[in-house]
Design a binder for this molecule. Structure first.
Ligand code: SAH
Length: 355
């Protein structure tokens, strides 16, 4: 017997076919098992009714079948957004969010347990990085939400806890699996990956020629200001970051989204808006303004509504495509990482009890 079991949900259909053949099974079995996992979303081999008992036992010995446990769910009374806290097999916890939009349902998933990027306003990074998630564990967040809500999902945003470009291979594999026509078959165009700006990986992603949207968390218009908010700015300057965005558009034809979290008195002045125009005007892009969601561990405040609107107008006047992000689920610990932190704190206090 092998020491480490294979993570079956992270395997592509052709890998699974090969593996089935290597243990003397017919390759069509792989197709059946793949469909049970990625279309029917079963939670274990025992639910696969057209698979023989013998093969089920073989599979249990050979493969790990990941599943998430729902620990908590909070539903917004304002907009119906649901925030889930899930427990992974090793006891770690991740957050995922389900949002209902006019154009379809969207799930925001985490790509890591914690984060090591250290952005000043973000709750997910306060305890550093615990570990990266497997492709299967990213899929599981979506599969569990589909099962729990009974609703279809058409959009996926990799914008929860973690830095996707710091878990590149697993995120890429996840994208290939979730968009695969033999699985949930979500359109590549309906997938957005958000990065704090790890330039080499952004360029590598451009080379994959996917039709996904790349969102860049910009948040500042000068290197000096950006370094104060985002430690990653010490490694990559704005010049090379903007160049990497232009390259992504050139290679994929996909318009870049710039995320800009407005922090009161820090990056929300007229001058900031003017500088932002100068920085991105040559690019085919879209700006998403996010009034910062204050976290209690830091003393950042959100920009006033007037400032947000003035900022938006300034960009629009200069021909830049801009939206203000709808603040989904503000009443349910909306900011990334808040729910998980709260749960960990209460778990410690209650000696392992989640209640
Ligand atoms: N690591 C990735 C994705 C996760 S964060 C990235 O940096 O893009 C998703 C988005 O939420 C990023 O733009 C991030 O900067 C922003 N964000 C994090 N905490 C926030 C907060 N408290 N208020 C507003 N935006 C926040």
């Amino acid at each position: 017997m092998q020491d480490i079991k294979k993570d079956i949900k992270s395997m592509t259909l052709s890998e699974l076919k090969e593996d089935m053949e290597s243990i003397g099974e017919k390759s069509f079995r792989a197709g059946q098992i793949y469909e049970w996992m990625h279309v029917k979303l079963v939670r274990g081999f025992d639910e696969m009714t057209n698979i023989s008992k013998g093969l089920k036992e073989k599979c249990k010995e050979r493969y790990d079948f990941t599943n998430l446990k729902e620990v908590r769910m909070q539903e917004s009374k304002i907009d119906g957004t649901k925030k889930f806290l899930f427990e992974l097999a090793d006891g770690n916890m991740v957050e995922s969010v389900w949002m209902k939009y006019k154009h379809g349902n969207s799930v925001c998933i985490s790509s890591q347990v914690g984060c090591r990027m250290g952005c000043a306003f973000c709750a997910s990074t306060l305890d550093g990085l615990e570990r990266s998630l497997l492709p299967s564990e990213m899929l599981d967040q979506i599969y569990s939400i589909v099962l729990l809500t009974g609703e279809k999902v058409s959009n996926v945003v990799v914008m929860g806890t973690g830095e996707p470009m710091d878990n590149y291979d697993n995120v890429l594999r996840f994208i290939r699996l979730i968009t695969n026509e033999d699985g949930l078959h979500i359109s590549q165009r309906n997938i957005t990956v958000s990065t704090c700006g790890i330039v080499p990986e952004m360029r590598k992603l451009a080379g994959e020629k996917l039709q996904i949207t790349l969102a860049l968390s910009l948040h500042a218009t000068t290197d000096e200001k950006r370094r104060r908010l985002m430690p990653i700015a010490n490694r990559y300057g704005l010049d090379e970051l903007i160049e990497a965005c232009a390259y992504y558009f050139k290679e994929t034809g996909r318009r870049i989204t710039f995320e800009y979290s407005l922090v009161g008195g820090v990056n929300d002045t007229e001058e900031d808006a003017r500088e932002l125009v100068g920085l991105i005007r040559s690019l085919n892009c879209h700006v998403n303004l996010i009034p910062v969601n204050p976290i209690k561990e830091r003393d950042f405040v959100s920009s006033t509504h007037e400032k947000v609107v003035a900022f938006k107008n300034k960009l629009e006047k200069n021909g830049i495509n801009v939206t203000i992000r709808r603040e989904m689920g503000r009443d349910i610990d909306g900011a990334c990482g808040q729910l998980r932190r709260k749960a960990i704190a209460s778990k410690d206090a209650n000696n392992g009890c989640h209640q």
